[in-house]
Each structure stands twice: as C-alpha cells, then as structure tokens.
Write a protein that binds this ligand. Structure first.
Ligand code: HXC
Length: 267
C-alpha cells in the first residue's frame, strides 16, 4: 500500500481559493500552502487578500492576491486564466466566497436575493467554468464547494442562501459525473457554525443568538476554521482520489441533532 505524505502533498500544485481573505477561505489557503502548494486567493477586498498572502509568505509559503468579484463572469475568466498563465496549471479550486444575512422571505428585496444568489450560485459556476477548462485540458483537478446543510433541510430566514447552496450541491453532483472520466473531481463541504467574524456578524449577531446556535450543536461548540480547512484539504488531495459528487458535513452533528421527540439528553 502506498502511504501518502500529507505534509507535502500539494507541492508543485496550484490552487485558487475564492473568499480567501478571511475566515474559512483564509484557513483553507493557509492549509494548502502549508502542504507545499501555491495558492491564489481571490476576492473583492485587496487588503484582506494581502493579509492572507502575507501570513503565508511569513510562514515560507507561496501565495498571490487576485482582486475579483465572483459575480463578474468576464472578470472571473480573466483572473483565473491569469493564474493559469502565471503558474502553468490549476490543480484545485475552492468556491468559498459567500454572502449571507438572515431575512424573512417577504422582506427580502429582489436586489438582496440577487446579491446572495449571484455570489453563491453564479459565482461558483463562473469560477468552476473558468478553472474547470484548465483542469479538463490537464486531465486532472479537484473542486471543493462550500455549502451549508440547510441546502437540503432548509432553514427559516435563509431562502436566498439555501436556494443558492442547494443549486451548488446539484451543480457539484452534475459536474462530478460529467467530468469524472476526465480526471476532475468535485465535492462539497458543509461546515456547521464556525468561529469567524463574517459568519458571526451575519448569523449570530447577539450573545443570545450565539447561545441559541451553540445549543443546537450536539458537540456543544463551534468549529474552528482549521477544522473546516482539514475537510477541504482531504477532498482536494489524492487521499480522496475515488470520492466525487459527495458532501462532507463537518457540523458537530448539528443537522442530525434536531429534536423532534422528547430528547433523553434533556432529562
Ligand atoms: C436585508 C439586506 C441585508 C440584510 C444587505 N441586504 N444586507 N437585506 N437584511 N442584513 C440587501 C441590501 O439592502 C441590498 O438590497 C442588497 O442586499 C445588496 O446589498 P449591498 O450591500 O448593496 O450588496 P453587496 O455590497 O454586494 O453585499 C453583498 C452582501 C453582503 C451579501 C449583501 O452582506 C456581503 O458581501 N457579504 C459578504 C460576507 C458575508 O456575508 N459573509 C457571511 C457568509 S457566512 P436593496 O434592495 O436595498 O438594494 C455564510 C455561512 C452560512 O455564508 C452557513 C452557516 C451555517
């Protein structure tokens, strides 16, 4: 049996991570670089992207910042072709960029719906379309899309995000089959509540809301961004060479833990 060396497993490989300037995206970029890979962090905010690049450079890794809004199809194509031209390859893509806020559907403006679905659903397709062409030409590549379990069980206040992430799961499964014989794998990770500034401000803005989220997690804690990055790294690596079209849920048991009958743990 061949034992894979996880400490250098991305050496000589190139990844693109959208939303790589903060939170989960930053942790995935750091994790990729820590295993020897070059990473292009792509996003709207130059200062945030540069903070990630600097952290990676300080640790001896290789990274670059690429300013781009994933909602801009032409801009995405140019940005991703630029990465491929500069580095000669794209081995991995992580569609992590997201926009989210809690809103009742009847209060959601068309523009609010559009902002979130454009980033999550259209942005994921634009990036996958652009990077996928380079992967298909090379006959190898791996894509990880960041979703949430409400993509399949739904959740009040998330109609825009849940619809978009449900679409991303369907996209992942469709392309997993379409591109399977051509060496390109696509999977999702579905993180549960993860300790980041962006998610906290949007999804648990008050101490009560935070406690409510916490009590919904059987493991009774938030995830760290490093824990989520580890799931992404696995799916991007050759350790997951036979895994495609799947969703790896890393949520501390949250979505399975919904109480319907009397919960014996509460007695
Ligand atoms: C209602 C809102 C709103 C809110 C924005 N809008 N915030 N509506 N409640 N809290 C509406 C605006 O009024 C506007 O509509 C429209 O959305 C677009 O807003 P803009 O700010 O002009 O757009 P933009 O600058 O493009 O911002 C996009 C965004 C923003 C999604 C709205 O929040 C963003 O870029 N966020 C990125 C970071 C982020 O959200 N991170 C959290 C991800 S956490 P009108 O009609 O007024 O023009 C995550 C985890 C999920 O996804 C899973 C957890 C388990």
């Amino acid at each position: 049996m061949k034992i894979l060396d996880t400490t250098t497993e991305f050496a000589d490989q190139v990844a693109v991570v959208t939303g790589g300037g903060s939170g989960i995206g930053q942790a995935i970029a750091l994790r990729w670089a820590a295993a020897g890979g070059t990473v292009a962090v792509l996003g709207r905010r130059k200062d945030a992207l540069e903070a990630t690049v600097n952290r990676i450079a300080e640790a001896g890794g290789t990274a670059e910042a690429v300013v781009c809004d994933v909602r801009d199809h032409a801009g995405v194509a140019e940005a991703i072709d630029g990465v491929a031209n500069r580095h000669g390859r794209i081995d991995a893509l992580v569609n992590n960029a997201a926009g989210n806020f809690i809103a009742q559907a009847e209060d959601l403006s068309p523009n609010g719906w559009k902002a979130v679905t454009d980033i999550v659903l259209n942005g994921t397709f634009y990036c996958t379309h652009a990077a996928g062409r380079h992967m298909l030409a090379a006959g190898r590549g791996a894509v990880v899309n960041v979703v949430a379990s409400y993509a399949w069980h739904g959740h009040p206040g998330t109609v825009h995000s849940a619809a978009a992430k449900g679409g991303v799961v369907a996209m992942t499964r469709t392309l997993a089959v379409e591109w399977a014989a051509r060496g390109v794998r696509l999977n999702c990770i579905a993180p549960g509540p993860t300790e980041t500034e962006g998610a906290g401000a949007a999804l648990w803005p008050t101490p009560d809301a935070r406690q409510g989220v916490l009590s919904s997690v059987p493991m009774a804690r938030f995830a760290s961004t490093d824990e989520i990055a580890e799931s992404a790294a696995f799916l991007l690596s050759d350790r997951a060479a036979y895994v495609t079209g799947d969703v790896l849920v890393a949520d501390g048991g949250q979505w399975l833990g919904k109480a319907i009958y009397t919960d014996p743990r509460a007695r």
